[in-house]
Design a protein around this ligand. Structure first.
Ligand code: KE4
Length: 430
């Protein structure tokens, strides 16, 4: 078992000055029964903690590090931008370039606004949909997570599910009353809601491939069905592609599945590890955003020179031929390996994957199609899996209700080494 005295000391100090000792709940590792490591550095697919222990990293900062840590193109882009200053609050050419690249890559995006996080992107997109339609209600899906804005903390995934928080205190019921949450992958339920309340619904917001309850795949025809229902009722369809954007394809899930939303929210990868979010889509809707239109949204650091430099470098690297085929092949190999190991070890574990993201739902035998089914997973067994992998130098998501991410920096040897570790860890789970 690697020693972690320095991480333990840092965590004791952290809890004295930061709630729970972390700046984002899921990092606390409470759901997997251990205290968090503190990272010293990252290089490629590896991270090293402050005690000098190295790990193959499958969290990848929850998605942004699709090119691995300390990618030379990104680091030099940031260094180059740094010489000219860090922030102006005045337009710069890089934010136009990044906006242009996003419009070129994401099929349904004609106009885009840069913000500083995924949460800012989704909360702004909802406000825009409400302003554009004049309607109040929104529909989300059980287990999907769209950041921590008030309207979304209803049956949410990610850290909300991880910590088993029913919703969140501090959110007035009047806000929550306008959020309808329905099961993912059930078109009939959505149809009933839309047909009975459609004229009051401003937007349906969805992760086209949910990753915040673990990776859940849309059943055939589901996305197309949601698209038709929302189009028929004048409802703005928002694809929250903060995770799937630039991960499943350069054009995200909408390119992968060929289903076009009205608005798309983005984040993570487009910042290259620095804080960038974005929302964009149909020109007639986006032109309602101030100062072009009356729907207000603003941000001191939006389009920041360093963050846009990093984002541009990331998209440039991702545009190279063969990138997504390679990511997909490694994601598939890892998922297949886990399935074979679970089978050999007699461990019930349903592994679901798409592109370079995957989740093993422990204690499950069949497909996991929605949040209620995901919640039946054996989270104690997942915790033993996490701790076992960590002890052997593999850092997987510290929650059953998240996704493991493969980067371009993961070599075939890293995948093989990960599966060798998993073989021994699964033996302890049976
Ligand atoms: P941020 O505000 O954390 O940048 O993005 C919010 C968000 C919006 N939409 C989707 C689909 C997301 O997955 C997220 C954030 N993802 C989580 C991990 N699943 C962030 C990790 C964390 O909360 O620390």
């Amino acid at each position: 078992m690697p020693h972690r005295e320095i991480s333990e000391r840092y965590f004791k100090e952290a809890v004295e000055v930061i709630p729970g000792g972390v700046n984002s709940p899921v990092r606390a590792c409470r759901a997997v029964g251990c205290d968090p490591i503190f990272v010293e550095r990252g290089q490629g697919c590896y991270i090293e903690d402050v005690d000098g222990n190295a790990y193959i990293d499958y969290v990848c900062s929850w998605g942004p590090m699709i090119l691995g840590h300390s990618h030379p193109d990104i680091n030099s882009a940031i260094a180059g931008a740094l010489d000219s200053g860090t922030s102006f609050g005045i337009p710069t050419w890089r934010e136009v370039e990044l906006a242009r690249r996003i419009c070129e890559c994401v099929p349904s995006v004609e106009l885009v606004r840069l913000v500083n996080s995924g949460t800012e992107a989704t909360m702004s997109a909802i406000r825009l949909a409400r302003g554009f339609t004049g309607r109040k209600k929104i529909v989300k899906f059980d287990g999907c997570y769209h950041g921590h804005a008030d309207s979304f903390l209803v049956k949410a995934g990610s850290g909300v599910a991880t910590l088993g928080i029913p919703g969140s205190p501090g959110i007035p019921e009047e806000i929550v009353a306008n959020t309808i949450s329905v099961p993912f992958n059930d078109l009939d339920v959505l149809k009933k809601i839309v047909e009975s309340q459609g004229e009051e619904i401003a937007a349906v917001i969805m992760e086209p491939v949910p990753a915040n309850m673990g990776v859940i795949l849309p059943v055939d025809g589901y996305l197309e069905g949601v698209r038709k229902l929302t189009s028929d009722h004048g409802i703005v369809l928002i694809f929250d592609e903060v995770i799937t954007g630039f991960r499943l394809a350069l054009g995200g899930a909408q390119e992968f599945f060929g289903v076009m939303p009205d608005l798309t929210t983005m984040g993570k990868i487009i910042g290259g590890g620095l804080p960038v979010g974005a929302y964009g889509g149909r020109r007639d809707i986006m032109e309602q955003i101030a100062p072009a239109g009356p729907v207000y949204q603003a941000g001191t650091l939006s389009g920041n020179p360093l963050a846009t430099a990093a984002g541009l470098a990331a998209l440039e690297a991702l545009s190279r031929p063969g990138t997504y085929e390679n990511l997909e092949a490694k994601g598939e190999a890892l998922a297949r390996g886990y399935r074979e190991i679970a089978e050999r070890s007699g461990v019930k574990c349903t592994v679901q994957n798409i592109g370079s993201m995957l989740t093993g739902f422990f204690g499950q035998a069949g497909l996991v199609r929605n949040f209620d089914q995901a919640l039946k997973s054996d989270t104690d067994m997942y915790g033993r899996f996490f701790r076992g992998m960590l002890a052997e130098g593999v850092y997987v998501a510290p929650s059953q209700f998240e996704a493991a991410m493969v980067s371009t920096a993961h070599s075939w040897d890293d995948i093989d080494d990960t599966l060798k570790v998993a073989e021994s860890v699964f033996k302890t789970l049976a």
